[in-house]
Design a protein around this ligand. Structure first.
Ligand SMILES: *Cc1c(COP(=O)(O)O)cnc(C)c1O
Length: 396
């Protein structure tokens, strides 16, 4: 084997932290260590950084700074939106509408609420993972208190019709939450205009080249929601706890960079992706999961028949290629992905799935390398598979 390359194609799991972001964070880990709630100057620097990021996030989302609440990431934002709204509105009813393809950070809070007397409707999705806004409307009941549908799916990349779903929710005066963790820097957001029917939106810094462990929940003014953490007066008393100042400062830089040139960035990703996709689809017995067009620009998800996803992953890792089977969060368990199951991929086929997500770590040379290595690895694994027979035998 020649020189070892490292090809990172798992940007949906996390992204590297951009050097400019790290530079922005450092002063808050070093000299500006003061508590942002303190009045002396080393605390004031921290306070300013927190409020500057709030303004930057608001600008990037077309929101108002007072509607941005810092959290520890996407998981907390989703938990807060769902449990916070459900409990605040439970006197009005205990019915929630969501989808079976949500991230576990939405699904598990919903399952928890089911143990607390709530009733959850999991909407049907089509074979691409698309939700039909008419199905959302049909699922609404008198006691529906929340609708939560993700903006784009982290496994198969399908982008949901959130504008239409938002309209339905608004018409029936039901709060609408969307997990937008995967779309920051990929879809322009404007919560005062185009996205005016979204009431809550989750985001996570480490999915757009910021640090891990920090995120935000957008909460439209007037939305009924309980406080999440009880303690100090931070975040208007709604989310207590000393702010992650360095992380928040880094997220501010990251959102600025991520939203500076969305179209140019997407174009670059789409170009690399279509070449990668065309090359991979030449491998026999391989199908693309997710919608062919309505999908995130860097996302590819394939199922290979007669292959075990975990083995594929390990062999690719040996060749320096980092990608994932379904979602990073479910690795360790070999259950087929709940998303692939929901779109009707047979369990056996789902086991042989591979997600490649492109981003700023990638170049055209990475595509060449994967197209050289992947068909070979798939061939090797099939050669030792007891279920695989050469193509002509299938025809008989
Ligand atoms: C990564 C991810 C999350 C979880 O975000 P964390 O910041 O890692 O907690 C939630 N939803 C989606 C769609 C994600 O991709």
């Amino acid at each position: 084997m020649g020189e070892t390359r490292l090809v990172y194609m798992d940007h949906a799991a996390t992204t590297f932290t951009k050097p400019e972001v790290v530079e922005t964070m450092l002063p808050f880990l070093k000299e500006h260590f003061g508590n942002p709630s303190s009045l002396y100057s080393i605390g004031r620097e921290g306070r300013e950084a927190v409020e500057t990021t709030r303004k930057k996030l608001a600008k990037a989302l077309g929101a108002r700074p007072e509607e941005i609440y810092f959290t520890s990431g996407g998981t907390e934002s989703d938990n807060w939106a769902i449990k916070g709204t459900a409990f605040a509105r439970q006197k009005k009813g205990k019915h929630i509408i969501t989808t079976p393809i949500e991230h576990h950070a939405v699904l598990y809070p919903c399952e928890y609420l089911e143990t607390q007397g709530f009733d959850v409707t999991y909407l049907p999705v089509d074979r691409y993972g698309l939700v039909d806004p008419a199905e959302v409307e049909a699922a609404i009941r008198k006691d529906t208190v929340l609708i939560s549908v993700m903006y784009a799916n982290n496994e198969i990349g399908t982008i949901e019709p959130v504008l239409e779903i938002g309209k339905v929710a608004r018409k029936h005066e039901i709060p609408f939450h969307t997990d937008a963790v995967q779309v920051i820097g990929k879809v322009p957001l404007d919560l005062q205009r185009e996205h005016k029917d979204v009431d809550m939106l989750s985001l996570s810094s480490h999915k757009f080249y910021g640090p891990k462990g920090v995120g935000a929940l957008y909460i439209r003014e007037g939305t009924e929601i309980d406080s999440y953490m009880h303690g100090g007066a931070q975040e208007w008393g709604k989310r207590a706890g000393t702010e992650n100042v360095a992380g928040i400062a880094g997220m501010g830089k990251a959102i600025e960079l991520a939203t500076a040139n969305i179209e140019g960035h997407n174009e670059k990703l789409r170009k690399m992706r279509s070449r990668l996709m065309a090359g991979i689809l030449e491998i026999p017995y391989c199908r693309l999961n997710g919608h062919p067009e309505k999908r995130l620009p860097g996302n590819l998800n394939f199922s290979f028949e007669y292959i075990e996803g975990e083995s594929l992953l390990l062999m690719l890792d040996q060749m320096g290629i980092c990608c994932s089977t379904g979602s990073a969060c479910s690795s360790g368990s070999s259950d087929p992905s709940h998303v692939l199951r929901a779109i009707g991929v047979p369990p056996k086929t789902a086991q042989g799935s591979l997600r490649l997500t492109l981003g700023d770590a990638n170049s055209e040379e990475d595509i060449d390398y994967v197209l050289e290595v992947l068909p070979e690895v798939v061939g090797k694994l099939r050669a030792i598979s007891p279920f695989y027979k050469p193509a002509n035998e299938f025809e008989k």
